[in-house]
Design a protein around this ligand. Structure first.
Ligand code: SAH
Length: 477
C-alpha cells in the first residue's frame, strides 16, 4: 500500500509514544497521531509520509477509547500544554508508570523481574487540576486591537485568548481580567513582538498554597521617561489588583530585550512586599514514615525558582527523606539543590547537609531560606556538581554517607557520577524529571557496586506527559 499526503484513513490506536502521541498501524506500518488515545478508532488525514512511518492529523474519533473522557479545557488541542487531558486520570497514571518502567528496562538494562520487586505504585493526585502555583501568561492584542491574555497557538507566537487554564488557581482569571480592563480603560498597549513596540509583555502570577499569599508581576518593555511611574495611571491598576483576596506583592519586571527570555532581571515592587511566603510540610505518604512533619517556609521573589506543584512536592520530598533513611548521624550531599528545598528538609534529620547548585541567585535564596527557618546544619556552595563535589571531597576531605541528586533533564554529568562512585556513599537517592537519563545513569551506578532498592514515579504534572521519578540505590556490601 502506498500512502500519500492528505489521504484519509481509519485506524486503531494501539500504542502511545512517550510524548503522548497515539500510534496506529496498518500492515505493520506505523502512523503517529497527536490528540488520540490508546483504544481509539480514528479517522486521520495523512500529513507527512516517511519511509518507515507517517504522521497523521486527527479528523474524527470514530469509536472513542474507553479511556477517552470529556476535556475540561476547550482549548486543549490548540494549546498543547496538556498533551493527555483527554485521557482518564487513572489511565494517565498507568501511562506514566509504564513509561518509567520501559525506560528502566530498555535504557537501564534492568530486568522486569527486578522492577516488579523494587517498583512501588505511582503517587497520583486526588484533584489533578488547579495544581500549579505559578502561571505565566503572554499578553497581546486581538484583531480589533483589544488586549488579550492567553497562550501561544502551537509553535507560533500568535496568542489565543484564554484566561482560564484549568491547571492554574482560580484567582488567575480574576487577576488577568482586571489587568486587561485596566489596560483597555487606560490605553495601555500590549507588546508587539514583531515590531518590538508596546508595553505589557507577560503577566506572572504566583500563589503560596499554604499561605494564600499572591504575587503579580507585569513584565514590561519600559523605557524611562519623565514619568516616575512604570505604567500609565499606575494607581488604577494597583487599586484594582490590591483588592484581590491574598494579594501581597505587585511588581514590574523590566525587559527591553527582543528575545524569547520572558523575565527581565530588573524588578521593582510597586505595591506591597517584595516576596511572598509559602510553607511545605513533609508529610507521610507511606506507613513507615510518620516522623519529621516539620514545615519549612520559603520566601519567593518573581525570579526565584520554586516547585510549581506544591501538593506533589510535599509527597516527593517526603519520599526523598524516607528513601534516604536518615537517622541523625549522616553527612548528606544534595547535588543540583536549586533553592535548597530538599537540603533543608534533609537538614531537619541529618547531622550535616551540603548543597551544590550552579545558579548563584538560587544559592542566595537557599541561604536566606535556611536562615529564616533557623536551620544551621546546612552549607551551600555555588558551582557545578561535577566540580564542587570532587573538589570538596579531595581537598577538604568532606565525607558523604548519603548523596541526593536532582539534576535537570539531561541527567548527571559523568564526572559527577564517577565522583559518587569513588566516594561510595551507603545510599544514593536520585530524583529525576526524565526517566530516560535516569535509566542511563542508574545503569552506570549499578554496573559499579550499587543496586536499586526502591523506585517510585510521582505525578507532578497531571494532564501532561511529564513524570518525576525517585529512586534509592544502596551500595552492595
Ligand atoms: N532540588 C531542587 C531543584 C532541582 S532542579 C528543588 O527541588 O527545588 C535542577 C537544578 O540543577 C537547577 O536549579 C539547575 O540550575 C541546577 N543545575 C543544572 N546543572 C547543574 C550542574 N552542572 N551543577 C549543579 N547544579 C546544576
Amino acid at each position: 500500500m502506498v500512502y500519500e499526503k492528505n489521504q484519509l484513513l481509519t485506524i486503531d490506536i494501539t500504542d502511545m509514544t512517550a510524548d503522548g502521541e497515539g500510534i496506529g498501524k496498518t500492515d505493520g506500518y506505523p502512523f503517529f497521531v497527536k490528540d488520540t488515545i490508546i483504544g481509539d478508532q480514528v479517522q486521520i488525514r495523512i500529513t507527512r509520509v516517511k519511509k518507515n512511518y507517517a504522521y497523521g492529523r486527527l479528523e474524527k474519533v470514530v469509536t472513542p477509547s474507553p479511556f477517552r473522557i470529556e476535556t475540561k479545557c476547550p482549548f486543549h488541542r490548540q494549546c498543547g500544554g496538556c498533551q493527555i487531558q483527554a485521557m482518564s486520570y487513572q489511565r494517565q497514571l498507568q501511562f506514566k508508570e509504564s513509561k518509567v518502567k520501559n525506560n528502566l528496562i530498555r535504557i537501564g538494562g534492568f530486568t522486569p523481574k527486578l522492577l516488579d520487586k523494587v517498583m512501588e505504585p505511582i503517587v497520583g493526585m486526588e484533584e489533578p487540576f488547579y495544581y500549579r502555583n505559578k502561571a505565566l501568561y503572554p499578553i497581546g492584542a486581538d484583531k480589533e486591537g483589544n488586549p488579550v491574555a492567553g497562550f501561544y497557538a502551537g509553535r507560533t507566537h500568535s496568542i489565543i485568548a484564554n484566561t482560564d487554564c484549568s491547571l492554574g488557581v482560580k484567582e488567575n482569571k480574576e487577576i488577568l481580567e482586571k489587568i486587561l480592563s485596566y489596560m483597555k480603560e487606560n490605553h495601555v498597549t500590549a507588546y508587539d513582538e514583531a515590531a518590538g513596540r508596546g508595553l505589557v509583555r507577560h503577566v506572572l502570577i504566583r500563589k503560596g498554597f499554604q499561605s494564600g499569599e499572591i504575587m503579580v508581576c507585569l513584565v514590561i518593555n519600559f523605557r524611562a521617561g519623565k514619568n516616575t511611574d512604570f505604567l500609565p495611571n499606575q494607581e488604577k491598576l494597583i487599586d484594582s489588583l490590591s483588592n484581590v483576596k491574598g494579594m501581597t506583592s505587585i511588581s514590574v519586571s523590566i525587559n527591553r530585550e527582543r528575545t524569547n527570555v520572558v523575565m527581565g532581571k530588573e524588578i521593582h515592587t510597586i505595591w506591597g512586599k517584595d516576596r511572598i511566603k509559602d510553607t511545605i510540610y513533609v508529610r507521610s505518604v507511606e506507613n513507615d514514615f510518620a516522623a519529621a512533619r516539620r514545615g519549612i517556609t520559603f520566601s519567593i521573589s518573581p525570579l526565584s525558582f520554586y516547585q510549581v506543584n506544591p501538593i506533589q512536592t510535599e509527597k516527593l520530598y517526603s519520599l526523598a527523606l524516607s528513601y534516604a533513611g536518615i537517622t541523625g548521624k549522616e553527612i548528606v550531599w544534595d547535588l543540583y539543590c536549586g533553592i535548597g528545598t530538599i537540603s533543608l528538609f534533609l537538614a531537619s534529620k541529618a547531622k550535616q547537609v551540603y548543597g551544590v547548585e550552579i545558579v548563584p541567585q538560587a544559592i542566595e535564596d537557599a541561604k536566606r531560606n535556611a536562615a529564616q527557618n533557623g536551620i544551621e546544619n546546612v552549607e551551600f556552595f555555588v558551582g557545578s556538581a561535577e566540580e564542587v563535589f570532587p573538589e570538596k571531597y579531595e581537598k577538604d576531605g568532606i565525607r558523604a554517607d548519603v548523596v541526593v541528586v536532582d539534576p535537570p533533564r539531561k541527567g548527571c554529568d559523568r564526572t559527577c557520577l564517577d565522583t559518587v562512585l569513588k566516594i561510595g556513599p551507603d545510599k544514593i537517592v536520585y530524583v529525576s524529571c526524565d526517566s530516560a537519563t535516569l535509566a542511563r545513569d542508574l545503569r552506570i551506578l549499578c554496573e559499579d557496586g550499587y543496586e536499586i532498592e526502591r523506585v517510585r514515579a510521582v505525578d507532578m504534572f497531571p494532564m501532561t506527559v511529564h513524570v518525576e521519578t525517585i529512586c534509592c540505590l544502596s551500595r552492595i556490601k
